[in-house]
Design a protein around this ligand. Sequence first.
Ligand SMILES: [Zn+2]
Length: 272
Amino acid sequence: MHDYPTNSLILRSHVVLQLPTLFTTFKTYMDLQDIAQKLTSLLSLQEVDHLLDNITQTRGTLPEEISSLERKELQAQRHVQESEAKKEAIEEEIADSRSEIKNIERLVKRYEEEQMHVRNNREYDTITKEIDLQKLEVQLKEKFIKEAYGRIEQQKAQTEQSKEAVTECQKFLKHKKAELKQLVDKSQEEERKLSEQREGIATSIDAHLLSRYEHIRKSVRNRLAVVTIKREACGGCFSRIPPQRQISIHEKKEISTCEYCGRIIAGVVDDE
Ligand SMILES: [Zn+2]
């Protein structure tokens, strides 16, 4: 809020630069008209924005709930894909192990044939040892396959669980979206008119001031970017505004902002 130049500085340079010529007087008069007009436009804009906010408020947290559910649905869908991909990878591991077992079995058969033609006991024993070793390898691979099937079951369960989550999200989304549509439909015409009105007012305000207004509106809690001085205090943050400054604000020579909260001050409202 402190990035705006303080009003008193601008006011001083304004006074120094003023030349008492007819042209400058006319220009100053036009500027004053312009500033007053800008402030009036900002106040109208704020009024329309307030009505638009009221419409948005009737929707409560529905829009957020919907986007949160959409995120959850997407995440659950990703989980389905992930567990399906994991299952496929395990199936490949099983297929690899099976083909390795087949290779080993062929090898064992060859050893067994060789064993029939050995010349001595030593050769016979060596081959027997090799066959036992290969058979042990087959056993290990079979054990691995059995465990892999267990992992496939786990992934299947995971997929089912995620699919259920997707369905659940979709069910809630359908309800919430219908609920929101009903609310949107109800206020559609009013919202359209207000948006049109807003556009009309916004075009009469220069882009810099408009973005300043929008920036302030977003950053203050009560969403009031333009306020007036009431009972000597800022209508936004209730800080006391010194009389001298109230006078300069009242003159509307510049777009003034509150030194404390940064809100634009549109004028001074007399005490009743
Ligand atoms: Zn203030």
